[in-house]
Unconditional design. Structure first.
Length: 156
């Protein structure tokens, strides 16, 4: 009887089609794809920048990279086809998205004022707050409306 080798050989990692890469590169958020064995298959440009993943690096296992991706706000989603596990994908938030609640509120105010051409009453209505509250938020965030644009106040 021949003794079996206790080390198992893994199949080569799957490759991602050109179309699949194009789709992942078109997304503003970072996308990191792992195969069923936990090996890094692909990371789009945004993910490589955010997580500092080298292009020519040896395949990194998910266990080594996952904590860093989660610390960056990554959402892990398993990939399945029927009952078979194909691996997992980690979605990283867009690098330019505000992270704190205050940053998100500030950005929402700026975006709404730009969409309403600086009309405070209309912006407040769309945001679901009073004009007084909007003025207080503008002051708190160092913003001043003017001529349909929102600019930062200069603090010289």
């Amino acid at each position: 009887m021949v003794a079996k080798d206790k080390t198992t050989t893994l199949p080569p990692p799957h490759s991602v089609s050109v179309l699949g890469k194009a789709v992942m590169e078109s997304l503003s958020e970072g996308v990191v794809l792992f195969d069923a064995y936990g090996r890094l298959v692909y990371a789009n440009d945004s993910a490589r920048r955010l997580a500092r993943i080298e292009d020519d690096a040896a395949p990194q296992p998910a266990d080594a990279l996952r904590p860093r991706l989660i610390a960056l706000g990554g959402r892990v989603t398993p990939l399945r086809s029927g009952g078979a596990s194909l691996g997992e994908v980690v979605f990283l938030p867009h690098a330019e998205q505000p992270r704190t609640l205050a940053e998100r509120e500030r950005q929402a105010i700026i975006d709404t004022l730009q969409r309403t051409s600086g009309r405070l009453a209309e912006a407040a209505r769309r945001l679901g707050i009073s004009r007084t509250t909007l003025w207080r938020r503008l002051k708190a965030y160092g913003l001043r409306p003017g001529n349909g644009r929102v600019g930062s106040t200069s603090r010289a």
